[in-house]
Design a protein around this ligand. Structure first.
Ligand code: FNR
Length: 356
C-alpha cells in the first residue's frame, strides 16, 4: 500500500511523490521548438512539487507532430531547447519525462483555437501517414507507411530517446494511445494491413514492440521507460482490455517499467461513460493481470480521490491533467488537504500559512 506522498523509485530514479503531471499539448511551439510559454508552463508545475512532469506529445520527426504548434525532438537543436526547463525542474527536486510521439493520420492540423482544422502546405502542413489509408473522421485520407518507412520510424523513436536523455530527461514515455500512429497499428478498427504489421494481434502490436525494443536498447539501464496505451477503443470489435493485458505482458518482458493507462481516441464517436476515475479500472486490471506497475489517469481531481486509488492499490501513481492546468501547484494544495507536511519551494514558503 502507498499514499500520494510516498516516494517512488523506478530503476535509477526516485520521484519525491506520486503526484504526476499528465502530458498535455500546448500548441505553443514555433517550428517544433519549445520556448517562453513552455518555460512558464512547465516551470509552474516545477514550483508546485509534483513527483514527475511528463512533457506533452513531442514529435520524433516533424511529420509526427499533431499540429503546426506541437514540439519536436527531431534533432539536437530541438532537444537543447528543453534542457533549461529540465534543469529548472531538477533544481526543485522534480523529475521530468518526455512523451515521444507520432500523430499518424491525426497530424498536420492548425492549433485548436484556429478557425479551420487542417493546415495547408502554405500554413506549414504536410501529408499524413498511418498504418492504412483510412481517414480519421474529418481528416484527409493518409498514406499507408511502407515497411521500410516503419523501420525508419523505429529508428526515429530511438534517436529521439537518445536526444531526450542528453537533454536531461529522467523518464521516456512512448505515446501509443489516443488514436495516434502506434495505436493506428494495434487497433483493429484502423489497421487494415495485410503484411506482417496487420491482421493478427501479434502483427498489429509489432510496430510498438519494435519501438520499445529500440528505445530500451539505447537509453541507460537506470532510465525508466513508460508506455501510454489506450486500454479500450470503447466499441465492439475494437481494441479492448483483454488485448491490453496481453500487450502489457509483452511490454513488461521488453523492459517497460510502467503503463500509463488511458483509453479512447481510435474513432470519433465511441460512447465513453466519462466520470470521475473512469479509467482507473484499466490501471488496476493491468497491475493485477499483467503484474506491471501502472499510472492512473482521467478525471482524478481531488486529493482524497487520488490518495484512495493508491491506498487501495488500484494503481502506483496518479497522472493529473486538467486539475494541474487549473492549479499547477496542486501537489502543495493536496498535501495541505491531506494533512501532510511537504517541503515547499523556499521562495513560496511564506504562503504556507496565511498567519502573519
Ligand atoms: C491532453 N492529453 C494528452 N494526452 C497525451 O497522452 N499526450 C498529450 O500531449 C495530451 N495533450 C493534452 C492536452 C490538453 C490540453 C489536455 C486537457 C489533455 C490527455 C491528458 O494527458 C489526460 O490523459 C486527460 O486530460 C485526462 O486526464 P484529466 O485531465 O481528467 O486529469
Amino acid at each position: 500500500m502507498n499514499t500520494l506522498f510516498d516516494p517512488f523509485t523506478l530503476r535509477g530514479v526516485t520521484f519525491q511523490n506520486r503526484v504526476w503531471v499528465s502530458p498535455m499539448c500546448q500548441y505553443s511551439a514555433t517550428d517544433g521548438f519549445v520556448g517562453a510559454w513552455h518555460s512558464a508552463h512547465l516551470g509552474a508545475f516545477a514550483t508546485g512539487a509534483p513527483g514527475l512532469i511528463m512533457v506533452e506529445a513531442t514529435g520524433v520527426v516533424p511529420e509526427g507532430r499533431i499540429s503546426i504548434g506541437c514540439p519536436t525532438i527531431e534533432d539536437d537543436a530541438h532537444a537543447k531547447a528543453f534542457a533549461p526547463m529540465v534543469e529548472f525542474a531538477h533544481s526543485q527536486g522534480v523529475k521530468m519525462g518526455i512523451q515521444l510521439a507520432h500523430a499518424g493520420n491525426k497530424a498536420s492540423t492548425m492549433k485548436p483555437w484556429d478557425d479551420h482544422l487542417m493546415a495547408s502546405p502554405a500554413e506549414g502542413g504536410w501529408e499524413a501517414v498511418s498504418s492504412t489509408a483510412r481517414a480519421f473522421e474529418g481528416y484527409p485520407v493518409p498514406r499507408a507507411l511502407t515497411v521500410a518507412e516503419i523501420a525508419g520510424l523505429v529508428q526515429s523513436f530511438a534517436d529521439a530517446a537518445v536526444r531526450s536523455v542528453k537533454a536531461g530527461f529522467d523518464v521516456i514515455e512512448i505515446h501509443a494511445a489516443h488514436g495516434y500512429l502506434l495505436h493506428q497499428f494495434y487497433s483493429p478498427l484502423i489497421n487494415g494491413r495485410t503484411d506482417e504489421y496487420g491482421g493478427s494481434f501479434e502483427n498489429r502490436i509489432r510496430f510498438l514492440l519494435e519501438v520499445v525494443r529500440a528505445v530500451r536498447k539505447v537509453i541507460p539501464e537506470g532510465t525508466p521507460l513508460f508506455v501510454r496505451i489506450s486500454c479500450s477503443d470503447w466499441v465492439d470489435g475494437g481494441w479492448n482490455l483483454i488485448d491490453s493485458v496481453e500487450l502489457a505482458k509483452e511490454l513488461k518482458t521488453l523492459g517497460v517499467d510502467l503503463i500509463d493507462a488511458s483509453s479512447g481516441g481510435a474513432i470519433h464517436n465511441a460512447k465513453i461513460d466519462v466520470k470521475p476515475g473512469f479509467q482507473v479500472p484499466f490501471a488496476t486490471a493491468l497491475r493485477t493481470e499483467a503484474e506491471i506497475l501502472t499510472g492512473a489517469v482521467g478525471l482524478i481531481t481531488e486529493p482524497e480521490q487520488a490518495d484512495h486509488i493508491l491506498v487501495t492499490v488500484e494503481a502506483d501513481a496518479i497522472f493529473l491533467g486538467r486539475a494541474m492546468l487549473r492549479n499547477p501547484r496542486w501537489a502543495l494544495y493536496a498535501a495541505e488537504k491531506l494533512g501532510i507536511t511537504i517541503k515547499w519551494p523556499t521562495s513560496l514558503d511564506r504562503a504556507r500559512t496565511l498567519k502573519k
